[in-house]
Design a protein around this ligand. Structure first.
Ligand code: AHG
Ligand code: MN
Ligand code: MN
Length: 370
């Protein structure tokens, strides 16, 4: 299929750069290398169990699907494709001179740029394969990335990066996005000027602009949550879900639909395309883990894309992008999607639960108001 007048990712980035006449082009070059890493991962994912029969080098000679890898820093089993995707991100980006350092879900601490390559001004943080437990069952997975500026003094001195350099709030991201490896491979990206979607044309090996201005509908009747955790939810989340489930006859006066893919990247994509709300809230399941998802390479980049698309991303209590991170692998409660629903969930976190609310006689508009 020819391009038929559509823009490639390269052209989109060049047109965006025209807004900044002084820009060096480093940023665009970096994004193209990130996109190349995603294309390489897309190919490997597409081969599935056949990956080892087509010459793809998998770590430890393992089959691309069989579990049994090492544990990552978070105690999760790394699948061979988690490890390989991580390596692809590193190899495609460490040499280009645009990065001061990298960090990812699959590495304990920051990865330094090897001495043989120049160091640049950006930091790349990524989840190389999100939803990787779904690989075994051929459900969509993806890669999530976030680009930050390194501290000026680190750029000037060219010193090694430290964990502290990465602990910047999501609002400081200069770009973020994800690739989704589904029936088609897509790249969804924000460089701080809205959100654009690109579909991989497999004949050309090019990402082609297919959704130039993605907007999340402000209202929705669809929510996504892992309800097997309901006994651990905090009261505002319970209230929200109960009200959705009550449907037409409940306080919301309308029926809701529910989805749970267990690939956040796929849920985020659905919500960007047609609206909805996603919750992986803080709960009481494991007091050592204030939430399931990770702030720096899951919540922040997806939060940035959501907000840039007119949606909202929150911890339930405050905007995700305002949270000052305290650790590279910090976990956090996450709620994102259609603005009206996320705002409602935030309101429920700030209001007393209906059962704790003052009895009507003592409520602000009552007879006994003082
Ligand atoms: P990862 O594969 O990068 O570790 O992330 C998986 C995450 C996320 O994609 C998904 O929303 C969530 O884990 C699924 O959690 P449950 O297994 O609790 O449903
Ligand atoms: Mn993930
Ligand atoms: Mn992952």
């Amino acid at each position: 299929m020819p391009l038929s007048g559509r823009w490639t990712l390269t052209r989109y980035l060049i047109e965006q750069r025209r807004r900044f006449p002084g820009a060096s082009g480093d940023f665009n070059a970096l994004l193209l290398d990130v996109a190349l890493a995603c294309k390489a991962i897309a190919r490997i994912v597409a081969f599935g169990t056949l990956a080892d029969t087509v010459g793809t080098r998998l770590p430890n000679g393992a089959n691309g699907i069989a579990p049994g890898g090492q544990l990552n820093v978070q105690g999760e089993v790394q699948k061979p494709l988690d490890v390989l995707s991580n390596e692809i991100f590193i190899r495609m980006n460490e040499w280009n001179g645009h990065l001061a350092g990298l960090a990812s879900e699959e590495m304990d601490g920051p990865k330094q740029i090897p001495a043989s390559y120049p160091r640049g001004k950006y930091l790349l943080v990524f989840d190389p394969l999100d939803g990787s437990s779904n690989i075994d069952v051929n459900v969509s997975v993806g890669s999530i990335f976030s680009i930050l500026r390194a501290p000026q003094e680190a750029i000037d001195s060219g010193r090694d990066v430290t964990e502290a350099d990465f602990l910047q709030p999501g609002a400081a991201q200069v770009a973020a996005g994800y690739a989704i490896y589904g029936p088609t491979t897509m790249l969804v990206l924000s460089v701080g000027n809205g959100v654009a979607g690109f579909t991989l044309n497999p004949n050309l090996g090019e990402f082609v602009l297919s959704q130039p201005d993605i907007r999340v509908p402000e209202q929705t009747q669809e929510f996504a949550i892992n309800s097997s955790n309901s006994r651990f939810w905090e009261p505002p989340v319970k209230r929200y879900v109960d009200e959705c489930l009550a449907g037409k006859t409940g306080p919301r006066g309308k029926d809701f639909n529910m989805r749970w893919i267990a690939s956040m990247v796929a849920e985020a994509h659905r919500i960007l395309m047609r609206g909805g709300v996603f919750l992986y809230p803080r709960d009481t399941k494991d007091p050592a883990k204030p939430g399931r998802l990770r702030l720096l390479y899951e919540a922040n980049p997806i939060g940035y894309v959501m907000e840039q698309a007119g949606g909202r991303a929150s911890t339930g209590r405050q905007p995700i992008l305002g949270v000052k991170p305290s650790a590279l692998h910090q976990r956090i409660g996450v709620v994102f999607g259609s603005k009206d629903e996320v705002e409602r969930i935030e309101r429920y976190h700030h209001e007393p639960a209906p059962s704790e609310a003052p009895a009507p006689l003592f409520a602000p508009r009552s007879l006994f108001r003082d």
